[in-house]
Design a binder for this molecule. Sequence first.
Ligand SMILES: Nc1ncnc2c1ncn2[C@@H]1O[C@H](COP(=O)(O)OP(=O)(O)OP(=O)(O)O)[C@@H](O)[C@H]1O
Ligand SMILES: C[C@@](O)(CCOP(=O)(O)OP(=O)(O)O)CC(=O)O
Length: 387
Amino acid sequence: MDSMVTCIAPVNIAVIKYWGKRDEKLILPLNDSVSGTLSTDQMHAKTTVMRCKDFTEDKIWLNGKEVSFSNPRLLSCMKEIRRLSRESGTSEDIVNTKVHICSENNFPTAAGLASSAAGYACLVFALKELFGVKQDITRVARLGSGSACRSIYGGFVRWHKGDLADGSDSIATQIAPPSHWPLHVFILVVNDKQKKIGSTPGMQRTALTSELVQYRIKESVPKRIEDIIQAVKERNFDKFAEITMKDSNQFHAVCLDTYPPNIYMNDISHEITSFVHTYNELFPKPKVAYTFDAGPNACIYLEEESVPDFAATLQYIFPPEETLESYFKGESVQFGTVNEGLRTYPQQSPGLLKYIIHTKIGDGPKRLDSSEDHLLTLSGVPVKNGP
Ligand SMILES: Nc1ncnc2c1ncn2[C@@H]1O[C@H](COP(=O)(O)OP(=O)(O)OP(=O)(O)O)[C@@H](O)[C@H]1O
Ligand SMILES: C[C@@](O)(CCOP(=O)(O)OP(=O)(O)O)CC(=O)O
């Protein structure tokens, strides 16, 4: 077992949203959810974990700054990993060694871009390698941040809410690997600053005050989960798109039904929604699907064949403020011609969208083998200081 391990882990974007907990401490959700895992090529968390008998305390650096280890979620992940390590037969002196952790995201943290999902998935995956854990770790990632359990697998993933009080059946499983349906994804970044109402307090408020959330968890989600799994299995984009957009809309309706309301989408988000519907109406079946998490940024799922036409039209309706190079980031973008049907749609002022990340469905976390990848030196301090 190596004493220093470095891993990267992906972001995931839910198409059936998790919103509301039945247990705050164990992070057990009120409903099942389904997501797509995005390629680590564009967005990832990277984490180095190191154990050494000379370390006197557990320490963590996040994006270049040392932060307190007494975060209850972090402590509960550590405790569970050490317990599973013991169960896996790792010797007691290894299990009890203190660790140093250094992690960074190559995209904005706490901006509603699922940094906590990638961050905790990466941390738990790296700790599993460091401590020789053999069991399922989606339960452990869940203790860090609910949505993190879905980033442990690539492709399309389901988080089962589970029924047991101890959370042992609240795990994530893969529905299909990325090769089954490598959908493309555009993340339309409207704002990458820290969001106003975090997911954790936002969903607490919903569970306490919303009437609509009861309808959502009992009537809407169970059927949608079955239907979207079938759509993924059949690669039926039309059905996938309709369920994804309806579920995003219902999630935000539940947020508005919360008192005081959780307002995440803004005028630009609504403009994107209306543009997508107008675009889809030009075709016999929907070509693109939006979904919004707890923030104003849109995530657009689309099939590869739709990329050139949609990218050109998107750029025409939401022109960049500066150069095209600083606008589309990530995968290179193939441009077609602007869809004629959208020529009369009101063109928006330049710079409404800050930038667009072009990525696609990808694999789960992976270990990096080169020593050059480590974020900690051999004496256990960050390789570079500051963000
Ligand atoms: N690389 C990381 N390693 C460990 N913890 C991380 C990492 N990145 C983020 N986190 C944790 O996640 C927190 C941010 O979570 P938060 O839910 O507010 O934002 P988000 O994940 O970007 O948004 P959302 O979950 O709504 O998409 C950070 O304050 C930190 O505690
Ligand atoms: C809107 C969402 O992105 C909410 C994610 O919530 P978190 O997983 O960040 O919440 P905690 O479990 O409290 O850490 C929907 C989703 O990803 O399913």
